[in-house]
Design a protein around this ligand. Sequence first.
Ligand SMILES: NC(=O)c1ccc[n+]([C@@H]2O[C@H](COP(=O)([O-])OP(=O)(O)OC[C@H]3O[C@@H](n4cnc5c(N)ncnc54)[C@H](O)[C@@H]3O)[C@@H](O)[C@H]2O)c1
Length: 241
Amino acid sequence: MDRLTGKVALITGAARGQGREMAELFMREGAKAVISADVLDAEDAESSPVTFVKMDVTQDTEWKSTIDAIVAEHGQIDILINNAAIVKYETILETSNELYDKVLDIDLKSIFLGMREVLPHMIEKKSGSIINVSSIWGLAGVPSSYAYQAAKGAILNVSKNVAATYGADGVRCNSLHPGYILSPMNADQAQDINDALIAGTVLGRPGQPIETAYAALFLASDESSYVTGTSLVVDGGYLAP
Ligand SMILES: NC(=O)c1ccc[n+]([C@@H]2O[C@H](COP(=O)([O-])OP(=O)(O)OC[C@H]3O[C@@H](n4cnc5c(N)ncnc54)[C@H](O)[C@@H]3O)[C@@H](O)[C@H]2O)c1
């Protein structure tokens, strides 16, 4: 119940799905404040201890105002989880310039904007944990989803870049790679795709959002104080064989 005592976290895309699960878990673990930044309104926001802010992660001005407001109110920002994303399934030959730009803006450029805005505050405090949510498709190929794979693969490297650049300043940065997790993102996914994903998963079932939330909790907390520049895979063993 006290793994994040006194910490302030910003989680993008936490109105629902895995980000929401992380936000609620972080509050249960004693965080001083958890702020969700999402384009969507959150359900049951009134009954939650999480602070929900409307924000588009592709807009640098919105990143600045959100982080300035957090630092003004709480005096610190200890944890940033870049979790917001969209998925598109088009192959390279089906991918228009517009689709490519849209996915890369939301899934990758947002991470650049967010880290660039939050890093000066973390460097000043000589402390911080950044977690960038990638995917198993950031580590292995799938015969679709060209733009999503472009973004998710790059997330691995930009996380290592920031880890290597700012480790001496006390900032840790890691990527998190979920496998097939039940969330609104894949609620409408075709049954044959779901069946194939489960069949390929060593544990023989999809994951629950709480299972990635606990992995994020480890990376966010001081328990992972010697962990940086790495990629944590939470996929029920999908990539194990
Ligand atoms: N569900 C899975 O099986 C799975 C597998 C691998 C990786 N992931 C990754 O996990 C993360 C969380 O996804 P999820 O499964 O909870 O899906 P989700 O669709 O429920 O959550 C994504 C959230 O991002 C928000 N978002 C989208 N565009 C935004 C924008 N421009 N600005 C702010 N917020 C925006 C959405 O509103 C949504 O709340 C994503 O990075 C996703 O790529 C999911």
